[in-house]
Design a protein around this ligand. Structure first.
Ligand SMILES: NC(=O)c1ccc[n+]([C@@H]2O[C@H](COP(=O)([O-])OP(=O)(O)OC[C@H]3O[C@@H](n4cnc5c(N)ncnc54)[C@H](O)[C@@H]3O)[C@@H](O)[C@H]2O)c1
Length: 435
């Protein structure tokens, strides 16, 4: 039995708090693909397939033909930023895409003008900008965001919206008392409680407007009881946190392989140089701490030192990010991995990943908004764990440890799609081929 999924009719509005490098590379990329100026490389929704039935059935449709996703021509973009630059100017400043490509899609990008942001310098210390909401309490600002969403939807003739946080990384922030229930959260917003982060005001406004919400940064944001209960009560799909792109993506490829062969690991030293605005924000120790937490959690969860103490109990794991402007968005990440094999004999692995941060993140933004919209139309509410595939710190039900192994995450994602369409789940048992 397949589940009921409402059709993807009309326009889907994508709203990004934060119109910086990632958001503009995503928006510009979609416009470029629509014009045939490039391919959507890295996007599972656009290029990926899903095997159905037995290996001998030869049924492997494209994911976008198998589940009713919104098409690229149905997407409309908008968002908020503390800077007044439109998406074209922001993309030029981000220096990710070639000026020549940007010129070809300039008219579409110029139309995307940032709405006034909800901002608090205590949460993002290294930047400041003029395009902010100044009137009233945080509750009034949440109301203003809801009005922004309503106006955007009406002006652009959208059928549905999805919000995805592409704003700067906020400082490390633990769940506090005010985050426990919706009532305490709302009271705290009305009183401008310093425990409410701007990203939480966006998440609240989005959920109150019935709009699915994803978080691409490591901030706490909606990963708190008050907002998760709101999402479930209002039957809204949510997911997060922190796009899994460069070095952490490499880790979740390699670590499961080491564990699969029962190879030990005594040390994993990771360092990066990064010169974009994100790198500048991460120079602040508070923002870096948010990142460090999500980056460090991955190895422990994959390697499970409690189950394999002889292999991983003494693992020393260190992650550093250095702001280095000459490199811009073209990050370089080095890993030195000390592993050991049979009888404890040591070996080493070195990785030098010369990557492009926003080029890796943009297709994840596209997949996430399309899948989150699909989940919403399929009546799936609360945390969408099947989208863990895209995150460094996947959100899960309380008390459930997250699955970080990228191959298990992919299997979970594809099985969820099969389940939606009433197809058999694939267990890879395969005994029937030998009967
Ligand atoms: N690129 C990657 O590979 C990657 C991977 C994982 C996570 N991320 C996260 O994605 C986010 C975006 O990254 P980026 O490279 O585009 O950064 P960026 O600095 O280029 O863009 C972030 C934008 O958010 C704006 N902003 C900050 N606070 C805001 C607020 N309260 N409301 C509205 N706008 C606000 C900033 O002005 C800026 O324009 C960061 O948090 C980053 O850590 C990126």
């Amino acid at each position: 039995m397949s589940i009921k999924i409402a059709p993807s009719k009309g326009k889907l509005g994508i709203l990004t708090p934060g119109i910086g490098a990632v958001a503009t590379t995503f928006m510009a990329g979609v416009e470029a693909v629509k014009k045939g100026l490039g391919e959507p490389v890295g996007s599972l929704t656009q290029l990926g397939t899903v095997r159905l039935g037995k290996r001998t059935d030869n049924r492997t449709p494209k994911i976008k033909d198998f589940v009713p996703l919104a098409g690229l021509n149905q997407l409309v973009f908008g968002g908020w930023d503390i800077f007044e630059d439109n998406a074209y100017e922001a993309a030029v400043n981000a220096r990710v895409l070639e000026p020549e490509l940007l010129r070809k899609i300039k008219p579409g990008l110029q139309k995307i003008k940032p709405m006034k942001a909800v901002f608090d310098k205590n949460y993002v210390k290294r930047i400041d900008g003029p395009n902010v909401k100044t009137k009233g309490s945080l509750m009034d600002k949440a109301q203003a965001l809801m009005d922004d969403m309503k106006t955007f939807k009406k002006t652009n003739g959208c059928d549905r919206l999805v919000t995805i946080w592409c704003g700067s990384t906020e400082v490390f922030h633990k769940p506090a008392k005010v985050h426990q229930t919706l009532a305490t959260f709302e009271q705290a917003m009305a009183k401008n409680d310093p425990d409410i982060a701007p990203s939480q005001v966006y998440a609240y406004a989005s959920l109150m407007s019935g709009v699915p919400f994803a978080n691409g940064a490591p901030n706490l944001t909606h990963d708190i009881p008050a907002l998760l209960t709101l999402a479930r009560d209002r039957e809204i799909a949510v997911c997060g946190k922190d796009f899994k792109t460069g070095q952490t993506y490499m880790k979740t490829l390699l670590a499961p392989g080491l564990k699969a062969r029962m190879l030990g690991c005594s040390g994993w030293f990771s360092t990066n140089i990064l010169g974009n605005r994100d790198g500048e924000v991460l120079e602040d120790p508070g923002s870096f701490k948010s990142k460090e937490e999500t980056k460090l959690s991955v190895l422990d969860q994959i390697l499970q030192p409690n189950l394999y103490p002889e292999l991983y109990k003494d693992l020393f794991h260190s992650v550093k990010i250095n702001y280095y402007p000459p490199r811009g968005d073209q990050k370089e990440g080095w890993d030195n991995i000390d592993i050991f094999g049979w009888l404890g004999y040591p070996m080493q692995i070195k990785i030098d990943f010369l990557c492009r941060d926003s080029i890796l993140a943009a297709p994840l933004v596209l997949d996430l908004v399309l899948f989150l919209d699909l989940a919403q139309r399929a009546g799936m509410k609360g945390v969408q764990e099947w989208l863990s595939f895209y995150f460094k710190a996947p959100m899960t039900a309380p008390g459930l440890y997250p699955e970080h192994d990228v191959f298990i995450q992919l299997m979970k994602l594809k099985n969820t799609l099969r389940w939606m369409r009433g197809e058999d789940l694939i267990t890879h048992l395969g005994l029937e081929y030998y009967d």
